[in-house]
Write a protein that binds this ligand. Sequence first.
Ligand code: PAJ
Length: 282
Amino acid sequence: MKIINSVSEMQETVLAARREGMTIGLVPTMGYLHQGHASLMLEGRRHSDLLVASIFVNPTQFGVGEDLDNYPKDLERDMAIAADAGVDIIFAPSTAEMYPSGYQTYVNVEKLTLPLCGGSRPGHFRGVTTVVAKLFGITQPHSAFFGKKDYQQLAVIRQMTADLNIPLKIIGLPIVRESDGLAMSSRNAYLSDQERSEAVCLKAAIDTVKQSFREGVTSSLILKNKALEIISKALSASVDYLEFSDSTTLETVVSVDSNTLMALAVNIGKTRLIDNSIMGEE
Ligand code: PAJ
């Protein structure tokens, strides 16, 4: 496995690979890798001759007062996980390499970014789509792999890719969870032992809601109250949002069906965790 830090070397490498007829896969990440990231890499490996994973903690997607400066890092461990998953090249640029002085171009998906995380993290998705568009330009992938853990992010990136006619396939992959149900996340590293044990409340709320839905409850209000009741038992938890949304438009629904997305963001102490599930899926 090779590490590349420079944009021009990365571009030369993928253009040479393309001339040889190789297919290129990209897994964008912010590092501090876990098995959720590895699942994207393993799938990327199956689809591509040359598999690139990027590690870049993208400042433009963090708001004021968010965790940009504390975001966990362990490049050595990341390299071992990526190598195990079959990654050929790690692209790990510096901030100055990605956003040199004079930088002034941003990509914004207008509607899908308004609800859910867009409401509580203004500017977040603008940073995400900007860096992902840049990564697409730098690595020229035939396919790019994203997790459904960040469901809205995946929807926004699909929209951007279609709207800007970027010729590549976006592949969305299932949420990888810890054995107790907590969705894997680099941010789980922030949790104290007590918080870690309470963090299962997100998945517990999803499970309770899905059970009620299977028993015939379709009112989003009733389902939301059941979920909030579960989460309120976790003393360190405060709900940022908990919504039932159309899984394509992300607009709020009042009556839930098997295609409805349940999405939630909960602060566990100072750590903001997100989770989601489609009601009719396992
Ligand atoms: P990051 O949080 O590092 O996540 C990188 C990719 O891993 C995303 O596609 C995310 O959805 C996926 N992922 C994270 N946890 C997962 C889990 N438990 N199961 C499955 N997939 C999981 O998302 C970002 O970075 C950034 O916003 C990025 C797209 C790299 C742009 O900066």
